[in-house]
Design a protein around this ligand. Structure first.
Ligand code: AMP
Ligand code: MN
Ligand code: MN
Ligand code: MN
Length: 280
């Protein structure tokens, strides 16, 4: 059975390729009943998405995906049901956007040293102009023939040890969860199986997350294998956390990950939406 909820997706407000309006239209057409918008470190797409979702008669969850530095590693924390006018959340995200702005220019400088000119300007031109992420650099580098695919750009240029890598200096786990909870939302560890962590390190992350008030982990994710659904469901249960489901959709260029195809949560999970007003 297909899950009616999709609680993780991106628009042109961050590194997705569909506008919030286009994303909600596509979600509705694909049969998604409750759709979240969770752009990286910004709430800028939420007003538009809310209107579009209402127009299509689907449920809408205002969200965000916050970049966090935990134990010298970048992890992503999704906030669901956040109040987009909350001052502390907005101030925290503004700080991350300032850092992103500096980082994008720094990535450009480092790529220039490696012989690739104009990458910052090129990446910026592929973005909405305010949030320039690594995905925009990756698209620019593919377009200019520096790699065959987005995945290859990351491997060759953007990850640790490669010329365009800048190590992250994001929010702390406590800050991110605090901002989300303070804005009336629920914090969710995004795509936990994607971090290159040992089982014990991942369980340390989940324990720390639980201690600071985290609510759930993504059990079903567009980037998880079937086996990983079950492993993550067990971790959630062990820590008394709820389970979420999200595609992490970034646009139709990634045809292997389409909207409206997420399977239901494995049996025994307590869904993060179990007591929401908004039902699929
Ligand atoms: P940033 O937050 O700007 O550092 O960029 C992180 C984003 O880059 C993720 O949300 C993905 O959209 C994308 N990304 C990271 N690693 C990869 C990869 N190996 N292949 C494709 N996209 C990636
Ligand atoms: Mn992304
Ligand atoms: Mn992510
Ligand atoms: Mn994401």
């Amino acid at each position: 059975m297909i899950c009616g909820y999709d609680l993780h997706a991106h628009s042109t407000a961050s590194d997705g390729t569909l506008t919030p309006t286009e994303l909600m239209a596509r979600a509705a057409a694909a049969g998604v009943q409750v759709m979240a918008l969770t752009d990286h470190d910004t709430l800028a797409g939420l007003d538009e998405a809310a209107k579009a979702a209402a127009g299509h008669g689907i449920g809408f969850v205002p969200g965000v995906e916050i970049s966090v530095t935990w134990s010298n590693q970048t992890v992503h924390i999704v906030g669901l049901g956040v109040d987009r006018h909350n001052a502390a959340l907005r101030a925290g995200l503004d700080r991350l956007l300032d850092y992103r702005h500096w980082r994008a220019q720094e990535i450009g400088r480092r790529l220039a040293k490696a012989g690739i000119d104009g990458a910052y300007e090129g990446a910026k031109a592929l973005s909405n102009g305010t949030l320039v992420g690594r995905t925009h650099f990756a698209r620019f580098l593919v377009q200019h023939g520096h790699a065959d695919s987005i995945g290859q750009v990351f491997k060759k240029f953007l990850v640790s040890g490669k010329p365009g890598h800048v190590s992250g200096d994001w929010a702390s786990l406590e800050e991110a969860v605090g901002w989300i909870n303070g804005a009336g939302g629920q914090a969710v560890i995004a795509h936990p199986a994607r971090y290159k962590m040992t089982r014990s390190k991942l369980r340390r992350l989940i324990a720390d997350f639980t201690d600071v008030g985290g609510a759930a982990i993504e059990v079903v994710s567009g980037s998880h294998s079937k086996d990983e659904y079950f492993t993550m469901a067990r971790h959630a249960g062990d820590f008394g956390l709820m389970a979420s489901a999200g595609s992490d959709y970034h646009g139709p260029e990634n045809p292997w990950m389409e909207l409206g195809r997420l399977p239901e949560l494995p049996p025994g999970c307590r869904p993060v939406w179990h007591n929401w007003d908004i039902a699929a």
